[in-house]
Design a protein around this ligand. Structure first.
Ligand code: ZN
Length: 331
């Protein structure tokens, strides 16, 4: 559709500085057409079935594909050695759908028709994109350089964590592309956290804004579960489904108060109530650990170059595959 906008977010390097908000990375989101009043049944009504533990099945089972651009690269070899791709990708789909849509009507789930994992030589970590011609077809690009860069003991977990994060972008709502990038990335890392793939260097941060993104926002969302119910992220995602993102509407509608107020509460919680901030700091000081993280998989290794190219440039570098890319949304 001509009015759609493709949005890209990149998966962050685990060594990124905590003081710098993460750069946007690529990840195409579900269709972002103008708001409309559809006949789709309301998902978040009081009659919705109670959550259960069974699988959440989308209206159409997505086609899952794998593309390996260079079988001889050690990143490709490690991937093939460690990951059963068809199972891993389907598991990632199941995990994402269960965490974002459990108990909701099937019409709440974006109509993603295919997800192709492209493993190739590129800078950065990973990104997700959709095809301009049909946003229901998604591609997750994962860097062989990055796979090689991860210590072997962490490779499988890290690959799975990145796949789950990117898979979220194939299925989440974005308020027609108007949601803050940090919230989109925060939801993705919240799912990764809930799925049990939080890397060991992750921790709560309060020296940033609520929408700093990635695990910073992900842990904030996790705390919101305690305050506003275990389905709070589901409700936030749902609130961004059928209309343009409106901060007041989304946050007050879901939590009864503004996000800034809750962020202040969260900061106090981390600092005082749970004492975690102090505890972490003490442990770190004792161990002489720097901000990069004690268990960063990249310690003692050269840091990957942050990929500052646009998604279009990255896609072009992909060579023989045409990945239509639109200018990055900067709202
Ligand atoms: Zn992302």
């Amino acid at each position: 559709m001509s009015s759609s906008t493709t949005i890209y977010y990149q998966t962050m390097s685990p060594t990124a500085s905590s003081s710098t908000p993460p750069p946007p990375q690529s990840s195409a989101l579900p269709p972002t057409s103008e708001p409309h009043h559809s006949n789709i049944p309301e998902c978040a009504d009081s009659n919705r079935p109670s959550p259960d533990t069974s699988k959440v099945i989308p209206f159409r089972k997505p086609l899952i594909r794998l593309v390996l651009r260079d079988l001889s690269s050690s990143g490709s070899r490690a991937f093939l050695r460690l990951v059963h791709a068809s199972v891993a990708l389907q598991d990632a789909v199941d995990t994402v759908l269960k965490l974002l849509y459990n108990g909701l009507h099937v019409s709440c789930i974006p109509p993603t028709r295919s997800v192709t994992l492209v493993i190739r030589d590129m800078e950065g970590v990973a990104y997700t994109t959709g095809l301009d011609i049909d946003q229901d077809h998604k591609e997750i690009h994962l860097s062989t350089n990055y796979i090689e860069f991860i210590p072997e003991s962490r490779q499988k977990e890290e690959i799975m964590g990145v796949l789950v994060h990117e898979m979220v972008h194939c299925w989440q709502h974005s308020g027609f592309g108007k949601a803050p990038q940090g919230l989109i990335e925060g939801v993705a890392d919240w799912v990764r956290l809930k799925a049990g793939y939080a890397p060991p260097h992750w921790k709560r941060h309060i020296d940033c804004d609520w929408d700093a993104g990635y695990e910073r926002t992900g842990y904030f969302l996790e705390w919101l579960e305690k305050e506003h119910g275990v389905d709070i992220v589901q409700r936030l995602n749902e609130a961004m489904r059928d209309c343009k993102y409106d901060a007041d509407k989304v946050w007050r509608g879901c939590c009864g108060q503004g996000v800034d107020v809750m962020w202040e509460k969260y900061k106090r919680y981390v600092e005082d109530d749970c004492g975690e901030g102090k505890k972490e700091k003490a442990v770190e000081e004792k161990a002489g650990i720097t901000e990069a993280g004690p268990s960063s998989p990249t310690e003692d290794r050269p840091k990957p170059q942050e990929d500052l190219r646009t998604a279009r440039e990255k896609a072009r570098r992909g060579g023989n595959m045409h990945v239509p890319v639109r200018p990055k949304f900067d709202g």
